[in-house]
Design a binder for this molecule. Structure first.
Ligand SMILES: [Zn+2]
Length: 256
């Protein structure tokens, strides 16, 4: 029952599914944050297309092996080159409405920008499946800190600040290429997919494994599904409604 009718009719139908739903699992990807000025990674204006050094730093092997990659990474962050002053947009705010209407079960995000929490979504409902760039973690012990705490050390002269507890290598608390997802986070995403009665995928190409698999899991267990994305996805055939439309303009119409 895929819908490819008139855009207005599809938006209305999507809003009706939201109105009926009681436990919504939302999955968001880069597309919801581009209107906040955060580039996606591999598009024509993507972060890695423009800055290959950033892609190098995102590979865990390179990051561990090459102090120079780490130094440049800290230097770039300390200079505020990465996402200083970004704010949530109407898309992020629309999802807060689902929480206000007591319909939001879990918000799983592939984004690492914390814009959902900044918009007002209860952090306890958010699963950051690829981590967050606003925090730092030690790769050897369980030390975690706000990114800003470590950037202060960089600005004070430490080019590659070590963990203060164990001397280990510090890294932004994101999942780099070559790193495994946090099992507990993946488990929460899967449980939300099983528990929800509506699965809403927003701004994601649904091509990043394994989190994309939560959509078929939800559909198989009886949930309805809406996909709102700029482009078609390989999972469109599984959704009740597919909207290829502007996200920050459309999401407020769907979320009420
Ligand atoms: Zn440590």
């Amino acid at each position: 029952m895929s819908g490819y009718g008139q855009p207005d009719a599809l938006v209305e139908a999507a809003a009706a599914l939201v109105a009926e739903a009681q436990r919504i699992c939302v999955l968001t990807g880069a597309g919801i944050s581009t209107d906040s000025g955060i580039p996606d990674f591999r598009g024509p204006n993507g972060l890695w297309t423009k800055d290959p050094a950033a892609e190098k730093a995102s590979n865990i092997g390179t990051y561990l092996a090459d102090p120079e990659v780490r130094r440049r990474n800290w230097e770039r962050r300390a200079a505020g080159a990465l996402w200083a002053d970004v704010e949530p947009n109407d898309g992020h705010r629309a999802l807060v409405r689902l929480q206000d209407r007591d319909k939001l079960h879990t918000l799983v995000t592939q984004n690492v920008d914390e814009l959902h929490q900044r918009a007002g979504v209860d952090p306890a409902r958010v699963v950051e499946i690829h981590g967050t760039t606003r925090k730092v973690q030690c790769l050897s012990c369980d030390y975690r800190a706000d990114m800003e705490v470590v950037l202060e050390r960089v600005r004070a002269g430490e080019a590659d600040p070590p963990c203060l507890h164990c001397g280990g290598i510090l890294k932004s608390a994101t999942i780099s290429f070559g790193q495994s997802l946090v099992p507990h986070d993946l488990q929460r995403a899967e449980q939300a997919a099983l528990a929800c009665d509506l699965y809403l995928a927003v701004g994601t190409s649904l091509q990043v494994f394994p989190v994309n698999e939560t959509l078929p899991v939800a559909v198989r267990s009886g949930a309805r599904a809406i996909i709102l994305n700029g482009q078609p996805t390989p999972m469109d055939h599984l959704a009740d409604i597919v909207l290829n439309a502007d996200i920050s303009a459309t999401l407020p119409l769907i979320c009420g």
